[in-house]
Design a protein around this ligand. Structure first.
Ligand code: NAD
Length: 438
């Protein structure tokens, strides 16, 4: 199969690289020449573990190329994937479809034979039909089908998620499109990974419903965590006891500083908007959005309390600012709510993050970037753990306590136990949904 992948961000690049690893010929296109230039030099513009190795292997095999020329990529392609961004539109919370529709127009102009135009971006119900309209309007004579193929990969584990998915969802309207999509994903169903073929609207809906459900699960445990703090329960035990129930499951039950990232915030907002537009308000999702905002604000209160009510003039060392470990993605990270508030409150903020600096520098002005947690903790008055990178999970707590002027810890990922932290010489500890001290 010959595949054109339009957009080489987290989803497009991973999907393109993995499709080439299946044995297909893939051209990845992006409108940013600097991204394509990097890729042509064999450099990966994002941090995603393992991506560089699979990319290099397929470039060497001659199956994977990069281009800014959409017409050359679409020419002769069996399938053209749209994997551009769908950020929240300013003002109304809707998914901004400008990039999707612009890509559709470019594709229409470039089609030279029958192809399936596949939307991989997360898009509201009805968008694939609009893509078909744009294609038809721009090139009435073009031969094509549209397909919806939402992506479920997680940043930080993207290669594995793509190669061993829980399921692949494909919305199609014709047997011809179904056959092309089946051929593309054949290597997966030969290995028994389920493929759900459905209609366009259901495929679009599955993606939003799945993300909203996961965001709800996280938010549920975060709200239970707030109650645990009041009643003296430990949310880790509560989550364990709940998660062992097979009907509930233990995933996405880790209390923390609120969900962030490039998908949950924008997709819950978009789903709420879709519900309102169709006169079927999604009240659970609307509440999840509100509770998540409150959760992020609650995290700031924790730091303030540990610092005696004010951070003015105090040095706060922040470990981790990306929205989760193993990614450099900062989009809607909880740090973007917490760190500026600390800086605004007069704190001197030092930040350590293994891969966050490139994105984070512009987003977190006024902070001091450091590389070593122990150096960053020297003379600090609060240690704040925001992202649970592996290198922050087994720190020498005694050394940290000695280095700090006031050794208190806000552990917003619950990676340490209060007893261990206090035993190491800290005078205060606060996690999420557990016993506080100090
Ligand atoms: P991204 O912002 O990282 O990448 C989008 C890329 O598309 C950019 O490089 C941009 O330059 C390029 N682009 C935009 N318009 C273009 C055009 N007309 N022609 C060529 N290139 C163009 O976005 P992402 O995180 O990869 O997300 C893409 C879509 O996938 C979104 O709809 C998102 O919701 C969805 N999604 C993302 C994830 C994730 O973990 N990031 C997971 C599942 C689904």
């Amino acid at each position: 199969m010959k595949i054109a992948m339009i957009g080489t961000g987290y989803v497009g690049l991973v999907s393109g690289v993995c499709f080439s690893d299946f044995g297909h010929n893939v051209i990845c296109v992006d409108k940013m020449p600097e991204k394509i230039a990097m890729l042509e030099r064999g450099e990966v513009p994002i941090y995603e573990p393992g991506l560089d190795v699979v990319l290099a292997r397929n470039v060497a095999a001659g199956r994977l190329t990069f281009s800014t020329d959409i017409a050359a990529a679409v020419d002769g392609a069996d399938a053209v994937f749209i994997a551009v961004g769908t950020p929240t539109r300013r003002g109304d919370g809707h998914a901004d479809l400008t990039y999707v529709m612009a890509a559709a127009e470019d594709i229409a102009r470039a089609l030279t034979r029958y192809a399936v135009v596949v939307t991989k971006s997360t898009v509201p119900v009805g968008t694939n039909r609009k893509v078909a309209e744009v294609l038809r309007k721009t090139r009435p004579e073009a031969e094509f089908d549209v397909a919806s193929n939402p992506e479920f990969l997680r940043e930080g584990a993207a290669i594995d998620d793509f190669m061993k998915p829980d399921r692949v969802v494909v919305g199609v309207e014709s047997d011809r499109a179904k056959e092309v999509m089946g051929d593309i994903y054949r290597p997966l169903f030969l290995r028994d990974f389920p493929i759900v073929f459905t209609d366009l609207e259901s495929a679009e809906m599955i993606k939003y419903a799945a993300n909203a459900f996961l965001a709800t699960k996280i938010t549920f445990i975060n709200e239970i965590a707030a109650l645990c703090e009041r009643v003296g329960a430990d949310v880790k035990s509560v989550a364990k006891g709940m998660g062992l129930d097979g009907r509930i499951g233990n995933k996405f039950l880790h209390a923390g500083p609120g969900y962030g990232g490039s998908c949950f915030p924008k997709d819950t907002t978009a789903l709420a908007r879709i519900g309102q537009e169709h006169g079927v308000p999604q009240r659970i999702v609307e509440t999840v959005i509100t509770v998540n905002d409150l959760t992020k604000r609650r995290m700031l209160d924790k730091v303030m309390d540990l610092c005696g009510g004010s951070v003015n003039g105090k040095t706060v060392t922040v470990l981790g600012v990306t929205f989760k470990p193993e990614t450099d993605d900062m989009r809607d990270a909880p740090s973007l709510a917490v760190v500026p508030a600390l800086v605004g409150g007069g704190a001197k903020v030092r930040v350590v993050d293994p891969h966050g600096r490139k994105e984070g520098e512009a987003l977190l002005p006024g902070v001091d970037w450091q590389t070593d947690p122990y150096v960053a903790a020297e003379g600090a008055e609060c240690l704040l753990i925001l992202t649970e990178w592996n290198q922050f999970r087994a720190l020498d707590l005694n050394r940290l306590a000695k280095a700090m002027t006031t050794p208190v810890m806000a552990d917003l990922r619950n990676i340490y136990s209060c007893d261990d932290v206090l035993a190491a010489g800290f005078t205060g500890y606060d996690g999420v949904g557990r016993r506080q001290s100090g």
